[in-house]
Design a protein around this ligand. Sequence first.
Ligand code: AMP
Length: 397
Amino acid sequence: MNILVINCGSSSLKYQLINSDSEEVLAKGLVERIGIDGSQLTHTPAGKDKVVIKEDIPDHNKAVKLVIDALVDGSHGVIKSLSEIDAVGHRVVHGGEKFNKAVLVTDEVMKDIEELSSLAPLHNPANLIGIRSCQTNMPGTPNVAVFDTAFHQTMPEKAYMYGLPYEYYEKYKVRRYGFHGTSHDFVSKHAAELIGKDRKDLKIIVCHLGNGASVSAVQNGQCVDTSMGLTPLEGLIMGTRSGDMDPAIVDFICQKEGITAAEMNTVLNKKSGVYGLSNYASSDFRDLSELEESGNKYAKLALDTYCYRVAKYIGSYVAAMQGVDIIALTAGVGENNYRARRGICDYLGYLGVTVDDEKLKIRGEDLIVSTPDSKVTVMIVPTNEELAIAKQTVELV
Ligand code: AMP
């Protein structure tokens, strides 16, 4: 089956057309600056040159239309007609407590996703627009919603409740949900396969270390804890997000700087993390690693603090599961950055972990980096959220 996977943001739309049988990516691309001056589509068909189409893209409807046109185009297209797209799989950020797995989109599902928008005001409305645009441009093609939160719905109450008045949970559903679920699910499953075991028999810690970053504890195939919370701000120090901190800092800084809570929220999401810690040098780990090597003390502080936080989360999940068999690193930093991998593994000796330093330098492939005598298997498992979405879409249609 050919599945179009769509990840819709407020002003962007990423897509991949995937043949789910061969797992081949037939084409992928990105529509940027939707509704803003300078909008464009970058379309990359497999085995052909990339094309950039610059034109006015006022809304997501137009964006989806352009994507479809590019896919069926005589020169840079990869299919002859729309009928070759069997279904569309959409990444939807927040499924709340309502969705613990992917679902076929119906009017009722659309209503539920809309109601959940209060929990993800930046993401769910954009995801809905993406689904509606596909319904308009591809009538009759089924749409599937795959939720970022779904995999974490197996967390027990003690892991997802905050130490807050219970009424906030009852009235507003304030609790921990977790994100990157599609990646944690895919990586934990694949990690078990790589050592020839079933995930149902293992305790696995997945560290999804990208621009956004989160850790999950997967015991007997189910998520039992994860580091992101009501929103993707909690947990690890990320590219530009603060992760865990004393909540009283919000009011303190608001008073000192004369800013509103909403403005502080923007600081915590966009100007914090390794970017803020490095004195705004960069949020990119390639830059930070180079800066550290050239003696920049802020870059070193950012990287040291980042690795320490990841190591503390790993330790807490070993405690939560009373042990660990596999620690898997994934996403941009986990798959590529030696400095962060080394910095994290340096904390794991107490678990009986030993790693091969040369293997820690290899990038972007499935790889066991621990030595054969290591008590815990440490591995790099490149994530593939698009393929995971395509597979879940196939299962439903
Ligand atoms: P993601 O959100 O998964 O795309 O990850 C983005 C992060 O991965 C950025 O901070 C990059 O610095 C990091 N990253 C991506 N590619 C590389 C690379 N080749 N070497 C080091 N870091 C990388």
